[in-house]
Design a protein around this ligand. Sequence first.
Ligand SMILES: [Zn+2]
Length: 294
Amino acid sequence: MPDYVVKATAGNGQIRVFAATTRGIVETAHTLHQTSPVVTQALGRLLTAGSLMGSMMKNADEVMTLKIAGDGPLSGLLVTADAKGDVKGYPYISDLADSSASPMSVSEAIGKGAINIMKDIGLKEPYVGYAPLVSGEIAEDLTYYYAQSEQIPTSISLGVLLNEDGSVKQAGGFIIQLMPDTDDETIDALELALSNTPSMTKLLDAGKSPEAIIEALFKNIGLKISQTQEIRFFCDCSRDRVMKALSAIGKADLLDIIADQEDVEVNCDFCREKYHFSAADLQSIIDLISEKDI
Ligand SMILES: [Zn+2]
């Protein structure tokens, strides 16, 4: 079953609801980056958040980057998502040693730090939001970010459930946002429903779909599903893009690289794809730069 996000409203449009199943995305990240369990959990939660937040953007060409930097052993995570349902990401450290006797929590792995959210909405300057981490568990940190940075009351759940061998059994989450005019009765009903709901991954593991999960959650608050959108782990890197990045470092530096060694290998951070450039390839990049100079 492909991963997807369900978009809905509830309570006469006073509540926005986004729920996703992301097992495929998180397992792809686990395989590409060979992540150890606590890293799979942390990256999986942020990829799930990115998938949800990407689907909340209004225009198809918008791109969002979520960056967590912490003083824990994981050091940080970076996720990029777009409005079309493509998401990609990587951990700063992928193979964090994790003793099964006393497994490390995501919060211990991340430590103290901050979350940065950058939205490229097609303007010259991207929108940049920032909030300190309040727990390092990611869902709570994003809830705090929305309250602080965007003044939107938000409830977020993000979860990753692993198999014994470290592969991903279930992953998913939801984001629920209250519009400023939400009445107290609706807020009370939602709070009660949330406090009685088991975790998203537990429900997914019991065979429930994201639609069924939010339908149960909002059964007394008038849920209206408006759209389902497929989402996937997808990296848009290419040899052309890497060549552009290489030409940006300039002629003098490229000549230095040719002088020092015979060829260069560039790894994509997001998907680990390797791009190989021989000295002759580098020379042709330099020739292109030189032509532009004339
Ligand atoms: Zn890539």
